[in-house]
Each structure stands twice: as C-alpha cells, then as structure tokens.
Design a protein around this ligand. Structure first.
Ligand code: NAD
Length: 259
C-alpha cells in the first residue's frame, strides 16, 4: 500500500475511534470481491445489457422489454446466488459490534451486509432486494427461487397467482421510486451522523448519491473509499483510492479490532 494511503488509513482509524455515530454507505464495489460484478467497471453488467432497455417504464409498457429484463435477472441471480460476504462486509459488521455504526445504507440488492452479521434493522436497502419478487398490483411477495426455476424451465414468468398483476424483482429500476420509508430513514441517519463513510460506489446514481452531500452539509466528516475518483471527491474530507477490502481490513488492523 502506498505511503500516502497509510497516512490516510491512520486518519480514518483516528476518526472512527473519535466519533460515536458512523453511517456506512455502500455500493456495488464492495461486493466485487465476492464475485458479483458491479455495473460500470469493465466487464460489469452494463457491458452486457443496455440500461435504457431495462427501465421501469419499459418493463411496465412492453412484453419485449419484460422478456429482456427477466433474461437480465436470470443472469444476475446465477452470478449472485452462491456469493458470500467478503472482508469489507465483515469489517463493517465488526465496526457495528464495537457500537460505532448507526446505519448501513446500501445501494446493493445482494443482502451480503446482513449475511456478514449487520443487524437487519440497521440496514437500509435503498434499491430493494433481489431475493424476492413482488407483484406490482397486490404487493404479494414470492421467493426468488420459485421464479428462477420457472425461468430455467419455461423461460417465462406468469403473472401473480393472487391477482393477475405483473411480477417484478423487489428491486428499484431506473425510473422507479425508492421505497419512501427506507429513504426517509436513510436521510434521517445521514443528517444526524458524525462520520459518513462511502465505500465502493461511483456516486452517480441519484437520489442515493444525495445522501453523502446531505451528511456533509449537516456537519459530518465525509470519507470516500473507491477504486476510482468520484464526482463527490472534491467535497470529501478524506478520499482513499484502492481496493475496499485492503483498505477496510487495514483500518481494522490499525484499530486493533478483529474482523
Ligand atoms: P457502480 O457500478 O456504479 O459503481 C461501483 C464503484 O465501485 C465503481 O466506481 C468501481 O470503480 C468501484 N469498485 C469496484 N470494485 C471495487 C473494489 N473492490 N474496491 C473499491 N472500489 C471498487 O455501482 P453503484 O455506485 O452501487 O450504483 C449502481 C447501481 O448498481 C445501484 O443501483 C445498485 O443497486 C446496483 N448494483 C448492485 C449490485 C449488488 O447488489 N452487489 C451489483 C451491481 C449493481
């Protein structure tokens, strides 16, 4: 690790020691080490699918886009089904065990924070979860595996058995609103924290990317950990470029806390 990054890790460790209320904000970059591709890196999901075709208005309005969407989900489930939490998820859960973390706000839909031991009531899944399928009319939930099996057998998803409505993974697509209560909770914790730690997000997807700005404008220290620069780096108190797993395990080591 570069000497410059060593000093930065020490600064972050000092701040974590000093502050009692840390909000951790995560994106797809924290799960790449678990084998789940992100959207924007080379080889990521947008290299294989056209995001504009997978929007919510398209899903609602035409059968062809729905078919494409289910193809995308079939791959997504296949890529993610066996994934296990990695060092970064475990480091965040370890910070929580030390009483530091007030909330984990995630753009991820993979459930790996909870799998690593983060308390489910502290995890705000801004973009929903891929492990359930919801009826868009009556909100009935189906386990993902039932729908996945249908896709494998028939390459076709029937409408809701309860009401005949359209089924869709319980995730938020482009053009679809974020779940209001989840967003409100995330905004409340962002406004009230002392340290806001962004890990593995390109910080270009809104409204999620408003939260770091909200925290900073409310007086929190803003820290960004990512492989590449983000549009919010200029507003941050500390930017650490590199692999999330190396950085978070390095910080935990400096704190003397095991993962
Ligand atoms: P993104 O793909 O836009 O950005 C991920 C960022 O993480 C990139 O800047 C990349 O350089 C960085 N990165 C990748 N691997 C890293 C690593 N090991 N260490 C440090 N940085 C790393 O993802 P986003 O910002 O989360 O937003 C896009 C959308 O992607 C979200 O809406 C989210 O719902 C969805 N998504 C989620 C998953 C998941 O649940 N695992 C996977 C793909 C996409």
């Amino acid at each position: 690790m570069a000497a410059d990054n060593k000093d930065k890790l020490k600064t972050l460790a000092d701040w974590i020691r000093e502050y009692q209320s840390v909000v951790v904000f995560t994106g797809a970059g924290i799960s790449t080490e678990s084998g789940i591709p992100d959207f924007r890196s080379p080889g990521g999901i947008w290299d294989r699918f056209d995001p504009s075709e997978l929007s919510y208005p398209n899903f609602i309005s035409n059968q062809r886009s729905r078919k494409k969407y289910w193809e995308f989900y079939r791959e997504n489930w296949k890529d993610s089904a066996g994934a296990k939490p990695n060092r970064t998820h475990f480091a965040i859960a370890a910070l929580e065990r030390k009483g530091k973390v007030s909330a984990v706000i995630t753009q991820n839909i993979d459930g790996l924070h909870q799998a690593a031991g983060s308390a489910p009531q502290k995890v705000f899944e801004l973009h929903g979860t891929m492990w359930e399928v919801r009826c868009l009319s009556c909100n009935h939930l189906y386990p993902w595996k039932d729908i996945y099996n249908l896709l494998e057998e028939e390459e076709y998803v029937h409408n809701c058995g309860n009401c005949g409505g359209l089924l869709k993974p319980a995730t938020v697509s482009f053009g679809q609103s974020l779940p209001a209560k989840t967003l409100e909770g995330a905004q409340r914790f962002s406004t009230n924290c002392e340290l806001f730690l962004c890990i593995g997000s390109s910080l270009v997807v809104y409204p999620a990317a408003q939260l770091p700005e909200l925290a900073k404008n409310s007086g929190a220290k803003l820290v960004i950990i990512n492989r590449e620069s983000t549009p919010l780096d200029r507003a941050a108190d500390l930017v650490i470029l590199g692999e999330a797993g190396d950085i978070m395990s390095g910080v935990l080591e400096l704190l003397g806390w095991s993962i």
